[in-house]
Structure formats: C-alpha cells, structure tokens
Design a protein around this ligand. Structure first.
Ligand code: HEM
Length: 532
C-alpha cells in the first residue's frame, strides 16, 4: 500500500494539472462516439445497405415529399441489393426497412417479430406519444394485445353502418355545392379543396358510426371547428422534422420552447374532449340510456358494441385503455380514409377514361335518376371496378407509408441476410408498392392490376406485395369499415359530379403529398361539374 501512494499522488497531480485537456478529450471522444452512433448504422447492421444519413436529414428538413425521397435516396440504396432490405435512420434510431414481398410475409405472419416496445418508450411525453402511445391495440403486443383485440373485434365485425356512411356523404355533397358557388358574378364554380372536405367528411362519419358523437365538421368551414383545428394543429406540430426525428429534444425541452408548450396545451384540451366522449358513452350505457341500445347492430356505433362485448363477458378494458383506443380510432379511423378518398379523386381526375368507366359501373347499379341515392350494403358488394380503383389508389399512395416498428426476438436470417436479435424492422409499404422489381411500371395508375387473375393475384405467389392495411393477425381492424366508406362516397360522388384538375393545378405533373407516417395530398383543388 505504502508503495502505491507516490504513484497515486503523481496521477492526482497529473489529473489536476491537465484537467482541461482531459475534459476536452472526453468531450471530443463522446461527440465522436455519438456522431458515429447517429450517422452510421450499428456495426451489427453494416452488412445491409444503408441510406445516407445526411441526405435524409437534408431532405426531411426541406420537407421533400415521399416520392422524391424514395427516388433520390432510398430506391438507389436498395436497388443494388437482391434481398430488398436497407437500413435507415428513423425517429427510433437505425431501423431495417423491408421492401420484399417474401420477407414482408415472414414478418407479418410470424410471432417472432412483435411490435417494438422501444417505439413506445422513445416517444413517451412527445406530442405523438401523448396522443397515440399508451395501452392500446395499435402498439401493444402479446397477451395484452390479444385481450384487447378480443373486446374490440366483435364491434368491427358486427357494425357496417352503410346508412350512416350514405347520410354523411349526402351532407358532404350539400356542403360541396355550397362551397362551389362562386362569389363572383360569372358562372365559374370554385374548385374544392378535396382533402379538407374529405377530412371533415371522414370525421363526421367516424363520429356518428364509431363514437355515437356529432363532430359537426361538415357544418362549418373546417377552420371553425374546434376538433378539426385543434387536431390539425397537433398533427402539424408533431410532424415538425426536428422533433419528429429527434424525439428526445422534445421530451427534454418542451416546457422551454413556447411553440412546443402551446402545442402540448392544445393536446391536453383535445385529450380532455376525447375523455369526455368516453365518460359520457360509458355512463350512458351503464345507465342504459343510450338510444342506440335499441338499434340493430348495423346502426350501433363501435363504442356501444365494444361496451356490449364487455357486458357479454368478452373481457374488459380499463378506463385508460378505453380512452387510449379512442385516440387510435380517431386518428387511424379518419386521417387514413380521408387521404385514401382524396388520392382516389385525384387519380380519377387525371384519368378521365377510368373515371368514366367507374361512373358507368355506378350508374348500372344505382341508376341515373337526377337525385342523390343512399347505397345499400348489397349494392356496394357489386362495385367490382370501384374496388379495383380503390386498391390501385392504395398501392400508388398508401396513406400509412410504413408500419409500426417490429423487433427481431432472436438471431435470424431473412432471405439469407443475418438479422441479429434486437434489430428493429419496419415494413416499408410505400417502397414495396412502388418497387419496380416487383410491379410492372409501378408509377402508372392501372386498376386492372387488381382484376381477377391480374398482376396483383399473380404476385401473391411471391409473398405479400400489397399491404396497405397490413396482413396477418395485426391486419387493420378498420379495413372493411374503411373500404365500405370509400365505396359509398366514391359511388355517390361519381353519380353527382364529373371532375378534373384545374388548368393551373400544382398537381399537373404528379401528385404532391405532405406528411410523414401518414401521407395526404397537399392543397389538392379539384373542379367538380354537377351532373344533376
Ligand atoms: C384507408 C384507410 C386505412 C388504412 C390505409 C389503414 C392502415 C393500417 C395499417 C397499415 C395498419 C397496421 C399498422 C401496423 O401494424 O403497424 C393498421 C392497423 C390498425 N388500424 Fe387501420 N387503416 C385504415 C383505416 C382504419 C380505420 C377506419 C380504423 C378504425 C376506425 C383503423 C384502425 C386501426 C387499428 C385499431 C389498427 C391496429 C390493429 C392491431 O394492431 O390489432 N384503421 N391500419
């Protein structure tokens, strides 16, 4: 011991004398380590091609849209690989993106890739986290997910409120008519902001059919409706590139940044509004006052059916779980369908021959009397061509462009590529649907791909080439609901209007989109001409 003390003294003196250099070196080393950790994939994933970190950040900072990012950065990255895997820095860190139908099938159909718990932790306390992450069916895995899906499933299977879809669509047609009336003295009609009207329509449909609640978004100009304005404000703030990509900045500093503080206050008010819907609904049902209890299943809202499923012993959701699922239904249930219908309107506008063919099918089923009709469930089942249009639209522009991240629970191989345990993976829906190695002329809109025996059917031998609603056990629970909503609204629109892009449209060359995670058309104005 006595021999060591001079050495320790020398060391102490050295540290004190050189403390600034030592701190500086530790700082530089840490920064270097952090820089490498963020800008390069971890060593365990270096054998997989990766998208350039700085090119991606630059593109996101410049609000580049998804197809530009795909064509300039990610397609070239994956083009040289035979397996269709590439790594990319996402808001959860480095993640492997899957663009091959065979691997997509392996991931979605197997229990070995549950949803990533990390996706919840990383965004806890952020806007997106507070709005969506919680004990809900979209993010949970394993037994907890199974228990919830058991309560929620019957509601989605029993409820096909086609009459509500028709009535709300009729209201949308009336609102469009009012909004189209020009304020000038000439006969010009004003083009309609298609995504704005679709969003208000989808919200009102969801309110009535899922929550038994009137959002009244179609009654007013969207800007005056507190649900629409508050929700849009929150989503726009959540998608700001800096906070989206680096959620830790938001978690640590949100109370110091006034704009962030304001967005969080808006979110608190929004969640309170949601909570009051949930409380009201449960209380009303407990007191058996809800008039919907006497309706038949097709006309009951989803929440009523969920509470009934609980009463029938299918399981029970806690208040927190009920509210958390309500937020998921709100977002997943209106934003995606509104985008899907808007994209379909765009593709029909730029392909008048396809629009006409779709209209002929509609007139053949519903007739051509000069007044609005309310489709029945049986009639909507005959809409084969409209179905193809909807599926092709969802191939070209799937609103959910990628899925919630999954985690590899053990070391494994995908198409001969080693994937270490713990790797985060996501299905890159957009790139799968636009992959030229899978689809012929993927950028061309062609509903015939989905005809019986067509390209889509042939490709199904390779795995899952079309996953707009996912597939397997975690398939979108609202898929049939949304497809029916789309069939009803497109049929009613095609009967009443013909439409085209205005001459000066910003979408003349291609559809411009906005959004990350969920995409939608950007400022899409369409000229509608009445048929009756
Ligand atoms: C065009 C419309 C829609 C699209 C493109 C769409 C897309 C998707 C996708 C891709 C998933 C899988 C997410 C993942 O596992 O990572 C999903 C799941 C889900 N969707 Fe949809 N969706 C749509 C409409 C709806 C509607 C109308 C509702 C509800 C009213 C809904 C509720 C849900 C829920 C609750 C899940 C989670 C299911 C589970 O994991 O068990 N979606 N959706």
């Amino acid at each position: 011991m006595a021999e060591l003390s001079p050495t320790i003294d020398i060391l102490k003196t050295f540290i004190v004398e050189h403390r600034w250099w030592i701190r500086f070196s530790i700082g530089v080393f840490s920064l270097h380590f952090l820089y490498n950790k963020i800008t390069q994939p971890p060593a365990s994933l270096r054998h997989i091609p990766h998208a350039d970190f700085f090119a991606l950040i630059k593109a996101i900072r410049k609000h580049k849209q998804i197809d530009d990012i795909a064509h300039e950065i990610t397609f070239p990255t994956v083009a040289n690989s035979t397996h269709g895997l590439y790594a990319r820095f996402d808001n959860l860190g480095w993640t492997v993106h899957v663009t091959d139908p065979g691997i997509v099938k392996t991931i979605l159909k197997s229990d070995a890739f549950p949803k990533s718990v990390n996706s919840i932790h990383t965004r806890r306390g952020t806007l997106a986290g507070r709005l969506l992450l919680g004990p809900n069916i979209l993010f949970l895995s394993g037994e907890q997910w199974k228990n919830q899906r058991k309560v929620i499933n019957p509601a989605f299977h029993r409820s096909m409120p086609v009459q509500i879809f028709g009535r709300v669509t009729q209201k949308m047609l009336n609102t469009m008519e009012t909004e189209m009336k020009s304020d000038h003295d000439n006969d010009d009609v004003k083009p309609i902001d298609v995504h704005d009207i679709s969003q208000r329509w989808a919200l009102d449909v969801l309110g009535e059919s899922a929550f038994g609640f009137q959002f009244n978004a179609l009654d007013s100009n969207g800007e005056d409706n507190e649900w629409v304005t508050r929700y849009n404000h929150i989503v726009q703030s959540a998608q700001k590139p800096l906070y989206f990509l680096l959620p830790s900045i938001e978690r640590q500093f949100k109370s110091w940044i006034p704009e962030r503080r304001k967005a969080h206050q808006e979110l608190s008010k929004f969640l309170d509004m949601m909570s009051s819907i949930a409380d009201h609904k449960r209380q009303a049902l407990l007191n058996k006052k809800a008039s919907s209890l006497d309706k038949n299943d097709h006309e009951k809202d989803l929440l009523t059916l969920m509470v009934e499923a609980e009463h029938e012993g299918q399981g029970r959701l806690t208040d927190e779980e009920f509210l958390s699922n309500l937020s998921v239904f709100f977002l997943a249930g209106h934003e995606t369908t509104a985008a899907a219908v808007s994209f379909a309107i765009y593709y029909l506008a730029v392909h008048p021959e396809i629009q006409q063919k779709a209209r002929e099918e509609v007139l053949g089923i519903f007739g051509d009397d000069p007044h609005d009709i309310l489709p029945t469930l049986e009639q909507t089942r005959e809409l084969d061509y409209i179905n193809r249009v909807i599926k092709e639209t969802l191939r070209m522009d799937p609103p959910a462009v990628s899925m919630v991240a999954r985690t590899a629970t053990k070391d494994t191989e995908l198409s001969g590529v080693f994937i270490p345990k713990g790797t985060r993976l996501t299905v890159d829906v957009y790139e799968l649907h636009r992959n030229p190695r899978i689809w012929n002329n993927p950028n061309q809109f062609d509903p015939e791909r989905f005809a019986p025996g067509g390209e889509a059917e042939q490709l199904s031998a390779t795995g899952l080439p079309w996953v707009a609603f996912s597939n397997g056990a975690r398939t979108c629970i609202g898929m049939s609901f949304s497809l029916l909503e789309q069939r009803v609204s497109l049929s009613m629109l095609l009967r009443k209007y013909e439409w085209s892009l205005p001459e000066d449209s910003i979408h003349k060359d291609k559809i411009l989109t906005s959004g990350v995670g969920v995409i939608k058309p950007k400022d899409l104005f369409i000229k509608f001409t009445k048929r009756y």
